[in-house]
Design a protein around this ligand. Sequence first.
Ligand SMILES: [Zn+2]
Ligand SMILES: [Zn+2]
Length: 222
Amino acid sequence: MILESAAVGPFFKNGFILGCERTRKAVFIDPGDEVDQLLAFVKAERLDVTHILLTHAHVDHVSGVARAKRALGAPVHLHRDDQVFYDNAVKTGALFGLQVEAPPPVDRYYEGTDPIRFGDHAVAVHHTPGHAPGGVCLVVTPGVTGAGVPSLFVGDTLFAGSIGRSDLPGSDYQTLMRSITEVLFAFDDAAPVFPGHGPETTIGHERRTNPFVLEYLATRTR
Ligand SMILES: [Zn+2]
Ligand SMILES: [Zn+2]
């Protein structure tokens, strides 16, 4: 699978392009301020982006959606419970002193169990609220069979050595920890994790060493 990521200031939020080597079909995850870099990659690699997939709708994850949609024409997917953040992206950007272009209407809400396909790969959507009510983990399986270790694009739910904020409007700590320990940790230790900010990690590494998760699990068993 082709994988390219980029992040720029002020938020250093990771945007991702995932592509199928055989068919050149691709998806764009969380277009933000790095959108031009990733669009240049799409062009250079002659990829055909068929879906724009959002892990949640905080402004740093959607500030590039308008440009991406204009360039690619692909449908925008979001979880219904994050619509309010999506609608407020321009206002929220202004609070940070940033000019954000209003994102175009959402084309599809994540619902049902059908995976989203790009070439030989498929994306399954798992609801992981807590950081944002409509937060999802995008589970990308490597081949047509769905066998093998999936890659997890977790948005701001889990970071390498840290966890997402739960002090924002619509956030909830207990819900966040349940999403991490029950939804994400159901995956294999070997599963690579690509967070919305910072470096990649694995489920096993976070299960063993993430201090916030270990603290939560310790209080639960006390
Ligand atoms: Zn966020
Ligand atoms: Zn973020």
